[in-house]
Every structure is written in structure tokens, then in C-alpha cells.
Write a protein that binds this ligand. Structure first.
Ligand SMILES: NC(=O)c1ccc[n+]([C@@H]2O[C@H](COP(=O)([O-])OP(=O)(O)OC[C@H]3O[C@@H](n4cnc5c(N)ncnc54)[C@H](OP(=O)(O)O)[C@@H]3O)[C@@H](O)[C@H]2O)c1
Length: 296
């Protein structure tokens, strides 16, 4: 099968490629001020999600049967400050891709976010009401609506806060960034009043491959097993990686003077993931232990 992954150099994109078991041809697109060489059946192409002609060419020549659309502006603060650009990438980019998928009969798997929820009604199952509290969340929710223009078995995947090994040229996540600081003996301040059931990026990738294999459709809230604060997540990470847990210091939301409020608790109810995709959520210890085992 021919599979295209937009934003395939990011955290989730890397996990998708690392966990690929099937014998597929994969075309990865990214924006980057860096160049990634092809690796066997995985080809890399610099292509802005807004480059319509470039995407038309891919659909004519590579003919993807499945498109996993991870490319996005993912920082709520950046999104708030750059609203026009964020709308064009997260919403218009998804809209145009969905139209192309629809025209060519390709399956679209759109990667949304826990940012579509207000954080006051956890745990969130797939049929909970989506009520974003910041601009980033609004663009991801509108992206979901646009993605449904692709009518051939569309699926929406909503990862919760993800951690794992990122490509070195890409942005860090909360765990990889904290490990760098622990290594230098530096402390990390983390919220003890913001909660989620954080997710190893590889497990999100596993859910996506399972959706592709089983032709599952609809929305999937993908998360780990444990509701924990970011503070608790990082203390567990320090412990698993052999650092002193007291390198992590608790602070309250607002401490970092963020531009926008984050939803306080977007923990998921993972019943659908477990029943339909047959994936058991990982505890923090299990997820972080797997991350440690994959350390290079
Ligand atoms: N990470 C999380 O905790 C989390 C939680 C919930 C939902 N999500 C969602 O999951 C998806 C993947 O997240 P991630 O953390 O893996 O992302 P990431 O590490 O930030 O990577 C984003 C990817 O998108 C690419 N990209 C950005 N703008 C682009 C553009 N205009 N055209 C083409 N490519 C572009 C980036 O390329 P360059 O770096 O080369 O610019 C990169 O490959 C996103 O849709 C995000 O909203 C993430």
C-alpha cells in the first residue's frame, strides 16, 4: 500500500516510521530547514501543507491510498500569537488535503488533539462535547470537521499529551526536554494541577496502524492508563531514568505566564481504544520503561 504521512518528521511521525511493520511504500512530508535522506521504502519530501500544486502532483504520481495527516502547528501559545497562519495550516491545509483524498478515494486519518476539550468534564470519551478554550483547540476541532470531507473511511485520532524520543532536529516534548535538564543536574518546574493520562508516542502510532489494518472509522481518543499531573509524570520519568525525583519541583498553572490557558484535566476514557482497537493502555512506569529501553 502507498501511505503518505504529513509532518512525518515530528514526534508522532517518527514513532509511526519506527513502528512500521507492514511492507508499505511511505512518503513523508515536512516543512523543515533541514533535509532528511530517503531510507529504503521511506521517501522524504519537503512540502508545505499549503502547497496545493505539490500535493496534486503527489496524488497523481505517488497515488497514496492512505494519508496520515499529522502536520500541524502544535503550540497553543504560538497558535494564539499567529492566528492567521495557524488557521491556514491547521484548518485550510486539512481542508485541501481532505478534498484531494476525497477526489482520489484515499483514506484520511486526521490527527486531532485533546485540546478540543474544555478540561472541566474529564474523563472524556469520544462522544463527549468538544468545547475548546483556546485558539489552537478551535483550529484542531475545525480541522476535524474539514477532515470529514474525505468520505472513504475517514478516521480521527485524538492523542493526549505525548512523550517519547523525537528526531534531534525537531522540537522536544516534556519528557525528552526534562531528561536533558536532569542530565545537567538542573531542576524542572512542573504543574501539579494540570492532569492527563499521558501517552507514549509509539502507542499512538500502534493505534494508527491498527486503524489502518482494521479499516476502523470514526473518532478515537488515545491515551495511557493513568491520570497524573505533569509533576507526577516527570517525577516518574526521573525515577525510571535513574535521576533524583526531587529534581522536579511542583508549581501551579500560571507560573510560566503562558499566553493562553490550557484545559486543566483532559484525561480520557479509553474504553473505545481498548474494545475496538484491542490496545490496552500503558501505565506511566510501563511507557517510560519502554522509552528508556529504546534509548540510543
Ligand atoms: N505532541 C503532543 O503532545 C500532541 C498532543 C495532542 C495532539 N497532537 C497532535 O498530533 C500531531 C503530531 O504532533 P507532534 O507532536 O508529532 O508534532 P511535531 O513534533 O510538532 O511535528 C509537527 C510536524 O508537522 C510539520 N509541519 C508543521 N507545519 C507544516 C507545514 N506548514 N507544512 C508541512 N509540514 C508542517 C513539521 O515539520 P517541520 O518541523 O519540518 O516544520 C513536523 O514534521 C499534531 O497534529 C498535533 O496537533 C500532539
Amino acid at each position: 500500500m502507498n501511505i503518505m504521512i504529513t509532518g512525518g518528521t515530528g514526534l508522532l511521525g517518527k514513532a509511526l516510521i519506527d513502528s512500521k511493520e507492514r511492507d508499505d511504500e511511505v512518503l513523508v512530508t515536512y516543512l523543515g530547514n533541514y533535509t532528511v535522506p530517503d531510507q529504503g521504502e521511506i521517501k522524504y519530501l519537503k512540502l508545505d501543507i499549503l502547497d496545493q500544486a505539490g500535493h496534486e502532483k503527489i496524488f497523481r504520481e505517488f497515488k497514496p491510498e492512505v494519508v496520515i495527516h499529522t502536520a500541524s502547528i502544535g503550540s497553543p501559545d504560538y497558535a494564539e500569537q499567529h492566528q492567521e497562519l495557524t488557521w491556514s495550516i491547521n484548518v485550510d491545509g486539512t481542508d485541501k488535503l481532505a478534498e484531494l483524498c476525497d477526489r482520489h478515494g484515499a483514506r484520511l486519518i486526521y490527527i486531532s488533539s485533546n485540546g478540543i476539550y474544555d478540561g472541566d468534564q474529564a474523563p472524556y470519551s469520544e462522544d463527549a462535547i468538544a468545547r475548546p478554550i483556546n485558539y489552537y483547540g478551535r483550529t484542531k476541532l475545525e480541522g476535524e470537521r474539514r477532515a470529514l470531507k474525505a468520505r472513504n473511511l475517514p478516521a480521527i485520532v485524538r492523542p493526549i499529551l505525548m512523550y517519547g524520543w523525537n528526531n534531534t532536529y525537531e522540537r522536544d516534548n516534556i519528557v525528552s526536554m526534562s531528561l536533558k535538564k536532569f542530565n545537567k543536574g538542573e531542576t524542572v518546574k512542573a504543574y501539579d494541577d494540570v492532569f492527563s493520562n499521558s501517552l507514549l508516542a509509539d502507542e499512538c502510532a500502534r493505534a494508527i496502524w491498527r486503524i489502518i489494518e482494521t479499516k476502523a472509522t470514526g473518532a478515537f481518543n488515545i491515551a495511557g492508563a493513568e491520570r497524573a499531573s505533569i509533576y507526577a509524570l516527570l517525577r516518574t520519568a526521573a525515577k525510571i531514568f535513574g535521576f533524583a525525583e526531587d529534581l522536579v519541583k511542583p508549581v501551579k498553572q500560571g507560573y510560566f505566564n503562558e499566553l493562553v490557558k490550557r484545559p486543566v484535566d483532559t484525561s480520557y476514557d479509553t474504553t473505545k481504544m481498548e474494545k475496538v482497537l484491542k490496545i490496552a493502555p500503558l501505565s506511566l512506569v510501563e511507557g517510560l520503561t519502554r522509552m528508556k529501553a529504546a534509548q540510543k
